[in-house]
Design a protein around this ligand. Sequence first.
Ligand SMILES: N[C@@H](CCC(=O)N[C@@H](CS)C(=O)NCC(=O)O)C(=O)O
Length: 302
Amino acid sequence: MCIIPCLRRGGRAWLNALVLKTSRSEMASWVRIPPPPPLNKEEMSEQVRIFSYLPNPRVWKSMITAKIGKVDLKITGDKPLNLSNWLWDFEAREIDSSELDKLKLYKRTGKRGFKGILYKTDKFLEKHPFGTVPAGFNFDGSEGIFESNSIMRAVARVSSVKSLYGGEDAFKKSRIDSFLDSNLVFAREFQVYVLEINMLNEYLYKRMKSAYLFYLDGIETALSNDKFIAGSELTIADISFVCDVAQFLRERDKQNNINQQGFEVISKNFEKEFPKATNHLKKLSKKEEFKEIMFDYLNKVL
Ligand SMILES: N[C@@H](CCC(=O)N[C@@H](CS)C(=O)NCC(=O)O)C(=O)O
């Protein structure tokens, strides 16, 4: 299974969006953020589709971008543990036990984060050669987009709110990409850290700490010069920062576990060491479009 933090969803409608719960699982959901004005349902085809375990801060990047950018995004998925009971495909769906024999040709062993058998179609692996979720698609499934930052970029590219991804300025776009690349290096390091959190060792811990300090130090410097990470406007570099750093800060939930293994919570002095980044994170996470997706995710740790 993939270790991810839990989000309390309460009884509220998820993101003011249309949520259709499938019959067999409480968490299985289809989430659509439709663009205004309302379209004829028959003609409606989403601009981007994502299949993932849910909730997932990596998917929030695209959801927040879609909210701000008024992009029609459709999300399908289920709790991490239940994804072994799903057909991983553009038309992802829960598998009925009567189909298992027919689908055995799609059996794959989980590669990263998931353990055991997963059902990934050949078509899925053609579009998603690394076989990971979140798995993004264009409207008809002819293109697969992987890596949460790239999926978010796809959402920003189809949005009419061009400032989210640097407007028409090729160099501004590239600068945003630079932040997204640094963010991915940090995020990859903490993916390993989270997956190994019960079996920490000196090497892994040091790598995580140095990736954390490196990334946050760069963000702190950027925010000393500009209001937002990549300049004077909110961009997807800020959205990615919020989602990944928020997820990382949840290591604080594991303080006892980390201490028992002889280590200290890496983000212990986050507020003191990185006041500008802290302020930016707090401010953005209170913004309507972020709050509607993240709810009170950060309340416990900030
Ligand atoms: N850096 C990627 C991470 C994606 C990833 O590694 N996903 C894992 C789950 S956490 C996965 O789908 N693993 C599939 C498998 O284990 O076969 C992103 O941001 O999208």
